[in-house]
Design a protein around this ligand. Structure first.
Ligand SMILES: NC(=O)c1ccc[n+]([C@@H]2O[C@H](COP(=O)([O-])OP(=O)(O)OC[C@H]3O[C@@H](n4cnc5c(N)ncnc54)[C@H](OP(=O)(O)O)[C@@H]3O)[C@@H](O)[C@H]2O)c1
Length: 284
C-alpha cells in the first residue's frame, strides 16, 4: 500500500512509520519540516507527487493548555488543516484516516463512551478536534475518524516516561486519582490505524487498549511496577487541585461498538501493553 503519513515525527507518527515499513508498505513519511499540514499548496504538491492510496494524519497540536490559550491556532492545525488533508485525499482517490481524542467528550458520563454518545467538548483542544472530525467527514466520504486516549510509547512527552524517570531518581511523585481513561500503546494504535486505512471502511472508531481503564494514579503505579521500580510512593491528588488553563474530562474511557463487529481482534489489555513498553524502554 502507498501510504502517506503526516506528523511522522510525533509519538504515534513514528510508531506508524515503523509498523507500515515493516509491513512492506511504500511509506511517504512527513514530519512538520517536510509538510506543514496548514499549508494547502504544499499539501497539494506532495499529494500530486506521491499519489498515495491511503493517508493517515498523525499531525496535531497536542498541547491541551496551549490550545486553550490560543484557540485560533488550535482550529487552524486541528480542524482546518485536517479538512485540507481530507479534501486532497478525496481528489487523490485515497482513503483518509485522522486521529481524534477522548477529549471530545465532557467526562460526565459514568462508564465507557461509545459512538452512541454525543460529543460535548469543553476545552479548545477538544472543540478543535471535533471540528476536525466533522470537517474531514464533510470533505471526504472516505474518512475514518479514530478516537483514542492516554497514549504512551517511545518518544512521547508523556506522563509515563516522566513518572518512571522520577521514580528511579527517588523524587516525590504526584498523580491524579479522580480522572479516568483508557490507556493506549502507540504501536498497538499504529497497527490498527494501518488496518483501518487498508480496510477503507468509513466511520468513527474508538481505539484503545483492552481492560477496564484506570486513573492516572493507578496508571503511574502500574508503570513504575512494570519498569521494576518497587515501593514507590505516589501522592494522590485531585484533578481540581491543579489549576491548569484547560478543563479535562473526569472520565474519558472509550469503548468501540464497531471494531469487533467487523472482525478486528481487541487490542491487548493496557497492563500487558505497559509491560511490553517497559521491555522496549529497558532495551533502549
Ligand atoms: N498523546 C495522547 O495521549 C493523545 C490522546 C488522544 C488523542 N491524541 C491524538 O493522537 C494524535 C497523535 O498524537 P501524538 O501523541 O503522537 O502527538 P505528538 O507526539 O505531539 O505528535 C504530533 C506531531 O504533529 C506535528 N505537528 C504539529 N503541527 C503540525 C503542522 N502544522 N504540520 C505538520 N505537523 C505538525 C508535531 O510536530 P512538532 O513537534 O514540530 O510540533 C508532532 O510531531 C493527535 O491527533 C492527537 O490529538 C493523542
Amino acid at each position: 500500500m502507498k501510504i502517506l503519513i503526516t506528523g511522522a515525527g510525533g509519538m504515534v507518527g513514528r510508531a506508524l512509520v515503523a509498523h507500515a515499513s515493516a509491513q512492506g508498505d511504500e511509506v511517504f513519511a512527513h514530519e512538520r519540516a517536510t509538510l506543514d499540514i496548514t499549508q494547502a499548496q504544499a499539501v497539494r504538491e506532495v499529494f500530486a507527487r506521491e499519489r498515495p492510496e491511503a493517508v493517515v494524519n498523525c499531525a496535531a497540536w497536542t498541547d491541551v493548555d496551549g490550545c486553550e490559550l490560543n484557540p485560533e491556532r488550535a482550529l487552524l492545525i486541528n480542524a482546518e488543516a485536517v479538512e485540507i488533508l481530507a479534501a486532497e485525499s478525496r481528489l487523490a482517490g485515497a482513503s483518509f484516516v485522522t486521529i481524534s481524542t477522548d477529549y471530545v467528550f465532557d467526562g460526565r458520563k459514568e462508564g465507557f463512551y461509545t459512538q452512541r454518545d454525543d460529543p460535548a467538548p469543553e476545552s479548545a483542544y477538544g472543540i478543535a478536534k471535533l471540528q476536525g472530525e466533522r470537517r474531514a467527514q464533510r470533505a471526504s466520504a472516505r474518512t475514518v475518524v479514530v478516537r483514542t486516549g492516554w497514549i504512551f510509547g517511545v518518544g512521547g512527552r508523556n506522563f509515563l516516561a516522566t513518572v518512571v524517570e522520577r521514580a528511579r531518581r527517588g523524587e516525590h511523585l504526584k498523580a491524579i486519582s479522580d480522572a479516568y481513561g483508557t490507556p493506549t500503546y502507540a504501536p498497538h494504535l499504529a497497527a490498527r490505524l494501518r488496518e483501518l486505512a487498508a480496510r477503507d471502511l468509513p466511520g468513527t472508531f474508538h481505539v484503545v487498549n483492552g481492560g477496564e481503564g484506570t486513573s492516572f494514579l493507578e496508571f503511574a503505579r502500574e508503570a513504575a511496577r512494570a519498569a521494576g521500580v518497587e515501593d514507590v510512593e505516589i501522592e494522590s491528588v485531585s484533578m481540581d487541585s491543579l489549576s491548569r488553563p484547560a478543563p479535562r474530562p473526569r472520565n474519558s474511557r472509550l469503548r468501540c461498538l464497531l471494531s469487533e463487529a467487523i472482525g478486528f481482534a481487541p487490542l491487548p489489555d493496557w497492563r500487558e501493553a505497559l509491560r511490553d513498553f517497559a521491555k522496549v524502554e529497558g532495551e533502549g
